[in-house]
Design a protein around this ligand. Structure first.
Ligand SMILES: NC(=O)c1ccc[n+]([C@@H]2O[C@H](COP(=O)([O-])OP(=O)(O)OC[C@H]3O[C@@H](n4cnc5c(N)ncnc54)[C@H](OP(=O)(O)O)[C@@H]3O)[C@@H](O)[C@H]2O)c1
Length: 248
């Protein structure tokens, strides 16, 4: 079931897209959060099978239609045998409401959960790993971005076929305060010495983010692909082009 009006609007848009030629089997962690709960109904709508790993206390928070399994995202031994036969592993676990005060939590939760997921995916040779990282480098939130960069290095070291998405802030229901910054972004995007940073650390909408994740699921890569803010913003168009190409 979609969670909000914006989710319903997104689902209606998605219904108009041509179906993806190949249904994927997706294993997802962090599916109960802000991004995961909007993403899962869209993946289901597009014909993919979704198995969500949750901690026992969050079982009821996964969107309907998704297969629910429980385990501890901080210890892959508790869920490794639940990953197969998935061909796609999406890792979304992270500390909620990140702030500089949560530096220790980033290492205890974001880093540990990603490390466990990466090792498990590598051991089981999962064909495609999708990691929700964060835009970097950035002048703020150093502890947060450092952990994400560390996780991306680990993905490289383990040789995973992976798509790494790097949003900075995702605007949507309950996540609107940065709209106030849009005029600042507009100015920074046109000035030559701030343009690159403003693009890298730009704001994206929940719809753009979900579409970028769907595109990642439907276009598995060989090697490592980084999807930055401009590519996240363009995802909807490129998804439609890719689906048309696959179904032609
Ligand atoms: N939203 C943004 O603007 C944004 C921007 C850049 C990067 N990101 C990254 O994208 C990912 C998803 O973001 P989001 O906004 O959807 O996050 P969110 O709403 O805070 O959801 C976080 C998810 O992580 C799970 N989680 C947290 N701590 C856990 C723990 N100790 N053990 C097991 N699961 C745990 C939560 O499960 P429970 O439901 O059980 O608590 C939830 O499913 C995060 O890694 C975030 O850092 C988000």
């Amino acid at each position: 079931m979609p969670a909000s009006i914006s989710d319903i609007r997104l689902l209606l848009k998605v219904k108009k897209l041509p179906r993806c030629a190949e249904a994927r089997r997706v294993f997802i962690t962090g599916g109960t959060g802000y991004l995961g709960s909007s993403l899962i109904p869209v993946l289901l709508e597009r014909g993919h099978h979704v198995r969500g790993l949750v901690r026992p206390t969050s079982k009821r928070n996964l969107p309907g239609g998704c297969e629910v399994v429980s385990g501890d995202a901080l210890d892959a031994r508790t869920y490794q045998n639940l990953i197969r036969p998935s061909d796609t592993f999406i890792h979304l676990v992270g500390v909620s409401n990140p702030s500089p005060a949560k530096a220790a939590d980033f290492r205890a939760i974001d880093l540990v959960s990603a490390r466990e997921a990466i090792h498990a995916a590598a051991e089981l040779r999962v064909p495609h790993f999708i990691y929700l990282s964060v835009a970097h480098p950035a002048p703020v939130m150093k502890a947060y971005t450092a952990v994400r960069a560390e996780c991306e290095d680990l993905i490289r070291q383990r040789g995973l076929n992976a798509t790494v998405l790097r949003p900075w802030y995702v605007l949507g229901p309950g996540h609107r305060w940065p709209y106030a910054l849009l005029p600042v972004y507009k100015v920074a995007e046109v000035l030559p010495f701030t343009r690159q940073g403003a693009m890298r650390l730009g704001l994206v909408t929940l719809e753009q983010m979900v579409m970028a994740l769907v595109q990642a699921v439907e276009s598995p890569v060989q090697g490592l692909k980084v999807v930055d803010v401009p590519a996240i913003r363009a995802a909807q168009d490129s998804l439609a082009r890719e689906v048309t190409r696959q179904t032609a």
